[in-house]
Design a protein around this ligand. Sequence first.
Ligand SMILES: [Zn+2]
Length: 336
Amino acid sequence: MTTGRSIIAEIDFSQDGKQMGYLRLPHSVHRSAYGWLPIPVASVKNGSGPKVVLMAGNHGDEYEGQVILSRLIADLEPEMVGGQVIVLPMSNFPAARAGRRTSPIDEGNLNRTFPGDPNGTVTQIIADYIENVVMEGVDLVVDLHSGGSSLLYHEACMLVSAGAGPADDPDFKSLLSAFGLTYALYIDGAATTGGFSSSAACRQGGSAITTELGGGGTVQPRLLAMADQGLKHMLGAFGALTGPLVPDAAPGAPTFQPVDPHSHYVYANEPGIFEPAAELGDRVAAGQTAGWIHFVDTPGRAPAELRFAAAGITVCKRQPAMCQRGDCLWHLAEKS
Ligand SMILES: [Zn+2]
């Protein structure tokens, strides 16, 4: 398929049926003069109906979604789909292959790069193609993230951009309920102007759900099963998936929690070793000790005590103990 862009798709998105292959991104390097980067893609299309784009590996060190979508590609058949489901299990392929948040080629963070640039760096080219070709006319984008190497989320979460776009729409809220992950976290979002995949979806006229499924560089079976069940149940409710692949019920009932972009975050103010003073899922009070930063290289120096600025539930924490000034150590959410 030709698009006037440098990426060449091995599959034809306009065709019915199940197709699997690669988006070929030309990449001429010392090891491979005429080579291309193979970005895996699948399209399962069955007549008219909603167009859904499922993404994982947007950040390459977030493995849960990559596992879920890899399995889904194998299981999906055209008769199970109403409309079209396009799957990108390693959206930022160079980052996903390296197991890194950002691309080792250009240090690009795909989920800050949309709408990208067809003549830019590798990450910018990928962002442009996903937003303007893969998401063209999309109804719903689901981007499966997790905490990655540096963060660990409590349970399975859905992130929703608050204050703009479809997030306040009752139909969209019922879609989040059909997904049924533990928390729906309403964050401040530049719904149509941001560099996120959700911003790209909004610009293309669609809705977007971003997940956070654990993290810490791991794959947790219970959260994986929840997300897998929830995704299929939600796609069934949306009319994109039919048949035995659609579970009878959502995995749970989410609680809807706003996240304050300032008071709900705790950052390291000095480099050192972070000792948390709470567990994930705790309800903490404003002023409560959040943890300490230890300066083991300075004998006798007292640790710096950090406090939560607001009350809330600890939904996310930094996974490695080593921290630098500016690292996010905690983020909270508070039920409205
Ligand atoms: Zn991510």
